[in-house]
Design a protein around this ligand. Structure first.
Ligand code: FAD
Length: 370
């Protein structure tokens, strides 16, 4: 099968490897150089669903030495002043042996490993341009050109689209008073924020807050920004030094009504983009890739490839919709600090703290999708 992939971000590149492994001939179109693809300052939380996908295509062993595992995921509700933890025991039995609730990955490391891997695969042809000269040459065309996808615009694909009135600030910070194997998800009335371990005392802060406040915080000197961080970090955790320069980006929600149009298939952020809370983004993008690779590997579909786009769209619907609802609910939960919500909020937190059954199920959805 001849496949064109538009976009060589983390979704498009992984799709190229998975489909080449499934026996397809892949042309991978990308407008940026490898250097530009690698030099993005982003940090991802990887779950066991991503670990399994990377193991299946034989790339996990290249990744794992660059990942930072965490054994504790602390969830803190500032409005209630309460905390509970997801632990390794809350994972499925088969995942527990990896001794990690999840892993933190820096973009540079994983993009570099993936591009290295691609350079050794014969049936992937990298084409440094943004225009496919002749679309008739391909059985399927995968649009993995990101949330501002031109392919989607050209095909006039409709989606549910809205902006959160929030910005996300990311910063690398040396912290005291926190173990190097714990991560935090903090629910705060400004918006949720995460503290992710990067090894030793270095942590990534991913903090969502109202646009005006975020703009103000981004205008602060490093010393004043550190003082600000000291006011929002959990009790006993102190920020020491900011490494590099904090960055910010707007947060929006995009969910396509359909994940295909004719022989075009929408993968990753071309199909869906959510709030960064919960660290679901990249894991969901890679589950799209895995689902498509499974369909393309089915011998019965090899000669009927025109139904693959429809089957893919159908197969991905529940997982993507559930994660979008879960993520959006978490944002709304975090920001609902008016009195009538306090009682239900206390109840939710009490149940999560006391019931390992509920905790296991929530962690299962966050880790493996649906
Ligand atoms: C500013 C920013 C910060 C982020 N920070 C985080 C974070 O801290 N943690 C996290 O988990 N997630 C973060 N994300 C989301 C995360 O980057 C994505 O989930 C992940 O990169 C997967 O995206 P993708 O490959 O689907 O799309 P992208 O990464 O957007 O890749 C799309 C690729 O397509 C290429 N392209 C576009 N148009 C064309 C064309 N016409 N022809 C050829 N190529 C084309 C682009 O150059 C790009 O390389 C962030 C996103 C942004 C925009």
């Amino acid at each position: 099968m001849n496949i064109a992939i538009i976009g060589s971000g983390l979704t498009g590149s992984l799709a190229a490897i998975s489909l080449a492994n499934a026996g397809c001939r892949v042309d991978l179109y990308e407008r940026l150089s490898d250097e530009e693809l690698i030099n993005r300052d982003r940090t991802y939380a990887l779950t066991h669903s991503s670990r399994r996908i990377l193991q299946k295509i034989g790339i996990w062993s290249y990744f794992v030495s660059n990942l930072v595992p965490f054994q504790y995921l602390n969830v803190i509700d500032y409005e209630l002043n309460k905390k509970f933890q997801f632990l390794i025991n809350d994972l499925n039995n088969s995942d527990q042996k990896y001794s990690a609730v999840g892993w933190i990955a820096e973009h540079k490391n994983i993009m570099l490993s993936i591009l290295d891997f691609i350079s050794n695969i014969d049936n992937i042809n990298k084409i440094p341009t943004s225009v496919i000269p002749n679309t008739n040459n391909y059985d399927l065309i995968l649009a993995a050109d990101g949330s501002n996808s031109n392919t989607k615009k050209k095909l006039k694909t409709h989606s549910l689209n809205f902006n959160y009135d929030q910005m996300c600030i990311t910063a690398k910070v040396l912290l005291r008073g926190v173990k190097s194997n714990e991560a935090f998800e903090i629910l705060n009335s400004d918006g949720p924020f995460a503290v992710l371990p990067l090894g030793g005392d270095l942590f990534q802060i991913i903090c969502s807050q109202p646009i005006e406040k975020a703009n103000y915080n981004m205008s602060l000197s490093k010393a004043l920004f550190l003082d600000y961080l000291a006011t929002i970090l959990p009790n006993g955790v102190q920020p020491d030094t900011i490494i590099g320069v904090p960055e910010s980006f707007p947060i929006n929600f995009i969910l396509n009504y359909s994940f295909f149009s004719g022989k075009y298939i929408f993968l990753g952020e071309t199909a869906h983009k959510f709030h960064p809370v919960g660290g679901q983004g990249l894991n969901l993008c890679w589950r799209d890739v895995d689902c498509l690779a499974k369909l393309i590997s089915l011998p019965i579909l090899r000669n009927n490839h025109s139904i693959i786009p429809f089957l893919y769209s159908l197969s991905r619907f529940i997982d993507v919709l559930s994660i979008s609802l879960l993520t959006d609910s978490l944002v709304r939960y975090s920001r609902s600090n008016i009195n009538i919500f306090i009682l239900p909020r206390k109840l939710v937190f009490f149940i999560l703290k006391k019931s390992s059954f509920i905790r296991k199920n929530i962690l299962h959805i966050m880790t493996n999708g649906i």
